[in-house]
Design a protein around this ligand. Structure first.
Ligand SMILES: *Cc1c(COP(=O)(O)O)cnc(C)c1O
Length: 237
């Protein structure tokens, strides 16, 4: 058995346990295997182990990697999308987790109109209000939701957040609760359905499942540590 096979099995088991603790159906949680900065061979191992949904955070990398892999693999974009990459990204990804401003949504809507695409998106919320993070503040999202709902080409399916880096998974809980409660408020206020919540990474996905995540984005716990060299190159852009 490959190491990836074993790690995947263990992550899935953790998801099931957390769902059961919370009284949720385990199959209400989709596991996104975050394959960014991992080679196609690692993705192939995960596909062989039964994983079909993968997350990438850079369009350039995904454009090279995706065509090398079986077409049954499905791809989610989880990063910050630059406006000049929208056109390339649209045909590659079935869900965009990180739509983090109204300006980006507007551009995406316009390009989707031109190309006939109907992208499914999640709005990224910076619930902890960290200066270093992308995303709508809850207040901005409340204010701009009406306009966002007017971009007819975009299917807004829910919200996404990244909790602040912490040693303890429990530290993430209040941010996951805040995202869920913001979702509930938006649904009431704007009479829309926002069924999907993307929250939880390798360090805190069990807590996220307990708090209602329908998508968890797990990289390191499946593929192992990403190489320092690649992280360095990424930091340099
Ligand atoms: C890299 C990344 C992940 C996965 O992080 P791990 O800690 O390796 O599980 C999840 N979400 C986003 C947005 C990421 O950029």
């Amino acid at each position: 058995m490959s190491e990836i096979f074993q790690r995947l099995a263990s992550v899935k088991e953790t998801i099931v346990k957390a769902a059961v603790i919370a009284g949720r159906a385990p199959d209400a949680v989709e596991l996104i295997a975050v394959s960014k900065m991992n080679p196609p061979e690692a993705v192939r191992d995960a596909i062989d182990a039964g994983q079909l949904i993968f997350g990438e955070s850079r369009v350039q990398e995904a454009r090279v990697k995706i065509p090398m892999l079986p077409s049954k693999a499905r791809w989610h974009f989880i990063g910050h999308l630059q406006k000049n990459k929208i056109r390339h990204a649209l045909p590659l990804f079935e869900l965009f987790h990180g739509i983090d401003s109204t300006a980006l949504a507007r551009d995406m809507g316009r390009i989707a109109e031109e190309t006939g695409a109907r992208p499914s998106i999640l709005l990224e919320v910076n619930v902890a209000d960290e200066a270093s993070k992308f995303g709508f503040s809850p207040e901005t999202l409340m204010r701009e939701m009406e306009e966002l709902l007017g971009f007819e080409r975009l299917q807004i399916e829910g919200l996404m957040t990244i909790a602040p880096l912490a040693e303890e998974p429990e530290h993430s809980r209040k941010y996951f609760v805040a995202l869920r409660e913001l979702r509930d408020s938006l649904e009431r206020e704007f009479r829309v359905a926002l069924p999907r919540l993307s929250m939880g990474m390798s360090g805190d996905y069990a807590v996220a499942v307990e708090e209602g995540a329908t998508l968890v984005r797990v990289g390191t716990a499946i593929f192992g540590e990403r190489s320092a060299e690649v992280e360095r190159l990424k930091a340099e852009g």
